[in-house]
Design a protein around this ligand. Structure first.
Ligand code: SF4
Length: 166
């Protein structure tokens, strides 16, 4: 059976980022997967009830998605609001969506406190990044879903092809 891929809504072209923008990712394989019904578009933050635009948010310093999931760190808005519970809700809703559709893979937007999988912002709201994952990406990984960022599309395609050749 063809693999399904959970796909960040902003990469799919929807204007759902905190500032109302998108990050469309164009690729012929993605277009084919879309035609084949294999992309499951999801925005964890909108699923959790946030609107667009919304204040930017970052995981507190020295922490990442795993620490938030362990209830040992918070997700804070630039305005000072604690939005940890909503980010956790968004992560669990994304996991539920992935499971419902049988997604084995996820292709998510890097840098996001939800979807980041290789880097996130460091909690200082100064534009500095650090290695690590957002809350949703980490929860998906903890449940066996292979997560790739938009910078790893070639690796995802190779992985999907390898799995489907078995
Ligand atoms: S939560 Fe994920 S899908 Fe939604 S806007 Fe942020 S990066 Fe894009």
């Amino acid at each position: 059976m063809p693999s399904k891929i959970l796909f960040s809504a902003c990469l799919a072209g929807f204007h759902v980022r905190y500032n109302g923008s998108n990050k469309p990712l164009f690729d012929s394989t993605l277009q084919r997967w879309q035609r084949e019904g294999r992309l499951v578009v999801c925005c964890p933050e909108l699923a959790a009830g946030f609107s667009t635009p919304r204040p930017s948010a970052e995981i507190t310093a020295a922490a990442e998605g795993a620490t938030v999931l362990a209830q040992q760190a918070r997700v804070m808005e630039v305005s000072g609001g604690d939005v940890t519970d909503s980010y956790l809700l968004g992560a669990h809703l994304a996991l539920e969506t992935a499971r419902r559709h049988g997604c084995r893979f996820a292709l998510l937007t890097d840098g996001s406190p939800s979807c980041g999988s290789q880097f996130i912002y460091d909690g200082s709201f100064s534009g500095q990044t650090k290695p690590g994952s957002g809350v949703t990406a980490e929860l998906l990984r903890q449940h066996g879903i292979e997560v790739f960022s938009e910078h790893q599309l070639d690796a995802l395609i190779a992985r999907v092809e390898a799995v489907e050749q078995v």
